[in-house]
Design a protein around this ligand. Structure first.
Ligand SMILES: *Cc1c(COP(=O)(O)O)cnc(C)c1O
Length: 370
């Protein structure tokens, strides 16, 4: 056992290289947006949404989107405590207050009951993040949204390939965002996507992301307002086009890896993996296992053993409220408890069954030794 097993790796073929080469060679002048337009078309068709606008990152797409909702100092945005920092930083940059609620211990996403309890007259948005490709309970969250008339945003950065009762993650809220960072299921190196079914929201985003210049303004270099510039390049979009042509293959591969891990842990007591609700399909961006407290295995013991066998595994997201920038909310018990006995498993497309067996054997050994 010598080869190192990486945590994530993108799947790049000759198609991506060919398109990137073409963009670098010919994608200028009249063709400078060719791959961007195509990438957006392919993406909106895949997701079955009206509009898609490619961005430089998911963080940028979220910043644009929250700004377009008029989020400002004094406003509150509800999100799960368990999250990557990128979901909350745009809220903080706009001067609003993030309100962290606990997760559902099965889905690791927003607990809808706690969302409803956290609503105040300052609540301006609910951010549903589909963590690790798992699905937040969108039917309950959307019910709360219409009951209180508060928009729901979906951060689907980790959830391409995830479907909730036939609807694709990212397509159900006021708007959705995606990431094409090198670690994600599809990649453009760095990149993101803003999607919405709302014509006005889309028009607003196009103006905001072009330094406040209106698409209908005929005067040159004339911004209507202070905007943003979170654009993708044609060369990155060319790689994105190739990835979209392979989207089914890439998602299926991720799901295959998930199903193999699920099979491998099925005979182990007290070990759970990403949860798939009935009538849902998870994109399985990153597989995580959570060990029952009775097994008495710590994250530290797992990490140490993975390192010993040259396997790159990573920690489950820390609760955001445990970071120094925020007030601590230890009452979010699941968010604070689960990471201490959980770990991310290598989950990239080209992982072999032998690699997966090797990963699971390390977990078995760690459990036996504790
Ligand atoms: C990766 C990720 C982001 C950030 O994406 P970038 O493209 O790196 O800005 C945002 N939210 C979630 C849930 C992510 O996993």
């Amino acid at each position: 056992m010598t080869n190192k097993i990486y945590y994530t790796k993108p799947s790049i073929t000759n198609l991506e290289i060919e398109y990137a080469n073409d963009a670098a060679k010919n994608g200028w002048g009249n063709d400078c947006y060719k791959y961007i337009d195509l990438f957006e078309k392919k993406f909106s068709a895949h997701l079955n949404v009206k509009h898609a606008h490619a961005t430089s990152s998911c963080t940028g797409a979220l910043h644009l989107g929250f700004y377009s909702l008029g989020i400002k100092p004094g406003d509150e945005v509800i999100l799960a405590d368990t999250n990557w920092i990128a979901s909350v930083s745009p809220i903080v940059h706009l001067g609003a207050t993030p309100v962290f609620v606990d997760i559902d211990p099965k889905t690791w996403c927003l607990d809808p009951d706690l969302v409803e309890k956290a609503i105040t007259n300052k609540t301006k948005a609910i951010l549903a993040v589909h963590l690790y490709g798992n699905l937040a309970d969108m039917s309950e969250i959307l019910k709360i949204s219409s009951k209180y008339n508060i928009p729901v945003i979906e951060d689907a950065a980790e959830a391409i390939g995830s479907e909730f009762h036939g609807k694709k993650a990212g397509s159900m809220g006021e708007f959705g965002t995606f990431s094409f960072h090198g670690t994600k299921t599809i990649t453009t190196g760095e990149g993101g996507m803003f999607v919405t079914n709302n014509d006005q929201t889309f028009e607003r985003i196009l103006q905001l992301n072009n330094h406040g210049r209106s698409p209908s303004q005929i005067k040159q270099f004339w911004p209507e307002e202070i905007g943003f510039k979170y654009k993708i390049s044609n060369i990155q979009a060319a790689i994105g086009c190739a990835q979209m042509e392979r989207i089914d293959e890439l998602i299926n591969k991720k799901r295959e890896i998930y199903n193999i891990y699920k099979e491998l842990i099925s005979e182990m007591q007290g070990v759970t993996i990403n949860y798939e609700q009935e009538n849902c399909k998870i994109g399985a961006w990153i597989n995580n296992i959570v060990l029952d407290p009775s097994l008495n295995v710590s994250r530290e013991a797992l990490i140490k053993n993975f390192q010993k066998y040259q396997i790159d595994a990573r920690v489950f997201f820390w609760p955001l409220s445990s970071l120094d920038m925020f007030l601590s909310r230890e009452s979010n018990i699941h968010s604070w408890d689960i990471p201490s006995r959980a770990i991310n498993l290598p989950s990239y497309h080209d992982l072999t069954i032998d690699d997966q067996v090797r990963v699971i054997n390390v977990i078995k050994e760690t459990i036996l030794a504790s």
